[in-house]
Ligand binder design. Structure first.
Ligand code: G3P
Ligand code: CA
Length: 375
């Protein structure tokens, strides 16, 4: 077996002899992840265990935590009265009963509601209707969660202490949300000079230096996050569409007239390699430690987008000293595909399946965990 240290010394010697001493070090994503305190490969529980329980609710986050996910992922928004909370969509219609409780305001964005109003909404029953095979009486009446409540969940188990993977969602709707987030994380002891203020004995997988990762699709929000929290790892989410990574087709899904979104995106490619690289370079220049690209899923579906984790893309990203966390992958065949392509972490709605794939099974079932928590 070759001695890697010896090989590296030889390589450096050769580089010096050839006058290439300024050449970049070979990319080592393993070392980068270790230095940042980010698990590799990372299990990122997308809106919690959102295949098994209503997304972004206590049931979803508690199950993800107790399964042993490294991070609880959330989309951050801010109520009319300034409270930070988790919600993915631009409005409340899909995942709550806002149409019954506030019919005149049902289309309004979440920042048109106070936190007290948001707390009156049922954020669980929609799941039972959409997924009768996974429905549970205990999901009825689940509430929208504040960031404080999600932090309580992350800290609430002695066995598992996941980190937080927080997205500024539609940040233009919430001016100053980056600063508000910093204050909240500071107040809760999740930020510090070295990025780890929790006692060492309180740390577990997903915590330590990389206990918080910040993510955004928005270049300007990335800059603001970096200004506010320079020491916290940040990821620029990548998206293929006009105005983002420019597609070779020049088309958006909306302008294409197509009906099958997954099939449309599966055919899309960046305009050229330089266009993809430009976004990776931009992520790095604005303070990101990694990118969050989309994936094309074998089975298609709502969360299948352009394949932005082709091996050359991941290699280029690694060569720039950045990590790759791909969204959103739920099936073993796709876990295998994206890992073969070289990603460093996976956003998933099915943390139990991904942990099993990584040979880190929870040792209990999702059903047992839900029952144990009263769902
Ligand atoms: O945060 C990245 C991942 O969550 C995919 O995007 O739309 O589900 O927030 P979205
Ligand atoms: Ca997200």
């Amino acid at each position: 077996m070759p001695n890697p240290f010896h090989s590296r010394t030889l390589m450096l010697g050769l580089m010096l002899a050839c006058g290439l001493a300024q050449a970049a070090e070979p990319a080592d994503p393993e070392a980068l992840a270790a230095r940042l305190g980010i698990a590799r490969p990372a299990v990122i529980a997308h809106r919690g265990a959102s295949f098994d329980a209503p997304e972004s609710t206590a049931a979803a986050y508690i199950v993800a935590r107790d399964l042993g996910a490294d991070y609880l992922e959330m989309d951050l928004q801010r109520s009319k009265d300034g409270v930070l909370f988790a919600l993915h969509d631009n409005n409340l219609q899909r995942t709550t009963d806002v149409a019954q409780k506030f019919p005149e305001r049902k289309d309004r964005p979440a920042n048109a509601f106070t936190m007290a109003e948001l707390k009156t909404l049922d954020a669980g029953s929609w799941f039972n209707q959409a997924h009768p095979d996974r429905a549970r009486p205990g999901f009825v009446g689940l509430q929208i969660l504040t960031l404080d409540e999600i932090i309580d969940i992350a800290q609430g188990s002695s066995a598992h202490k996941p980190g937080l993977y927080i997205e500024t969602k539609e940040p233009q709707l919430f001016p100053g949300i980056e600063h508000d987030l910093k204050k909240k994380l500071q107040d809760r002891g999740w930020l510090g000079p070295a990025g780890s203020t929790l006692a060492k004995s309180d740390l577990a997988a997903g915590q330590g230096k990389g206990q918080v990762v910040l993510q955004t699709f928005d270049k300007h929000s990335l800059e603001l996050l970096h200004q506010e929290m320079p020491q916290v790892p940040k990821v620029l989410l990548l998206w293929l569409a006009p105005g983002s990574i420019e597609p070779a087709s020049g088309q958006s899904f909306a302008s294409s007239g197509e009906i099958d979104k997954a099939a449309f995106y599966a055919r899309q490619q960046p305009r050229d390699q330089a266009e993809f690289k430009r976004w990776v370079d931009l992520a790095k220049a604005r303070g990101a430690i990694g990118t969050g690209p989309s994936a094309a899923l074998s089975g298609g579906g709502e969360q299948s987008y352009a394949d932005l984790v082709q091996p050359w893309m991941n290699q280029y990203t690694h060569d720039q000293g950045l990590l790759v966390h791909v969204y959103t992958v739920d099936e073993p065949v796709d876990f295998q595909k994206v890992m073969n392509a070289g990603v460093d972490g996976i956003f998933t709605n099915r943390s139990d399946q991904l942990l099993k794939y990584f040979q880190r099974p929870a040792g209990t079932s999702v059903a047992r965990l839900l029952e144990a928590s009263g769902y």
